[in-house]
Design a protein around this ligand. Sequence first.
Ligand SMILES: [Mg+2]
Length: 485
Amino acid sequence: MRNAPTILHLDMDAFFASAEQASKPSLRGKAVVVGGLGPRGVVATASYEARVFGVHSAMPMAQARRLAPNAAYLVPRGGFYKLISEQVMGLLQALSPLVEPLSLDEAFVDLEAGQAAWDEASARLAGIKLRADIRAVTGLTGSVGLAASKMLAKIASEQAKPDGLVVIEPGTERALLGPMPVRTLPGVGPATGDHLRRAGISTVDELAEAGEAELVRLLGKAHGHALYAMALAHDERPVVAERETKSVSVEDTYDVDIHDRGRVGAEVQRLADRCVRRLRGAGLSGRTIVLKVRRYDFSTLTRSETLRGPTDDPGVVREAAARLLEAVDTTGGVRLLGVGVSGLADFTQEDLFAQAAGELAALEPVEEAEHEGGEQPHEQPAERRWTTGHDVRHADFGHGWVQGSGLGRVTVRFETPQSEQPGRVRTFRTDDPALEPADPLPLVAVAPRRPDGPDEELSDQASSVPASLPKSWSGNGGGGATSRP
Ligand SMILES: [Mg+2]
């Protein structure tokens, strides 16, 4: 492990909800819940004001509504969050070639690899500057953890939340981790946590005291070994760029082609188990299950299935592999079989895992439970659907967002990220020709271009920020101009 806290973990604070509050002044300081509003919807992100009521990520939306009936419930604007994410990831890439995104709003950065930091003081400065740049460019806050390993950098950013920075100095890791609950460690979900508690182990210190042999006995070789290392604060995992290309896979070549379909199925199950053991051993989970089959004539097929969220559950991987095998013709014989998992994610604590699952579920197309009560809703073109929280433009009143719709009416609040006060609310017929869906506006005002000025001439505000707007926001945004660093 390195001896300087030069691994940075960034996590934006209540990302989707904060983005909504920043773009809708009337929601600032209020409970905001972003997620699927349909019957099976789950919470993707709750604002800190909503968390006070016990609302959290991955909770069924119906339960959230019972806990916080007065919160604003919004459908995610995936494209909008992606634009902000691109801005944030752009700032991280300016620090180092080694940036490992974990989700839209979370990433590890190896500051040393980018020569952005080499010791504690320089790492701290880089973290402070990064947080300021994120604020300047996106208008949002992110929390930063700095440590000598990925595991501790992530623990540090969790401690820093919201809107903070925490450095874990090398040498202090074990003292810091010791009293923490075992669930703090990556890979310890509720099931492992319960299992350990029954064995009398509830803190990281107790894990370390139990010793490696005991942990291997309790949890199996790979998991026990990995957990013991983490309890001692040993984590040598490097920051890896472009993790989506990585995968964990196992395969077997058979001396004699397998003809029996039952035997092929059994082999696939065995390979799935082996693959999961490797996955867990590496402290990872993944979303995409891949089956590889080489037939008697050396033709090789791969089939894959992507799950809603990352898994390291042997049952889930076995089932997916079996489903994939169903679609493959193996008559004639099989000479090689393989099972892999890609789309890897760090195996994280249950709530973080759940957050990722909720995020993915929420970003999938949402089926609204509520129909707009127009006479012939099925004849309305898709763009005439007014989704709660999404942007609109009215010919007379300008930019706003849909606060609700139903019974042939749509209620719009007219405000922009730059409005100083909550905007006015007006209600229209859903087929009002003056009302149109609109693109989201950038959260940070773009410096106006001087009509005769050269492109390079920028205002102080624009030139002080190191990243430009994503292309989709450049050159429009109400007649503004984009900035170039
Ligand atoms: Mg976050």
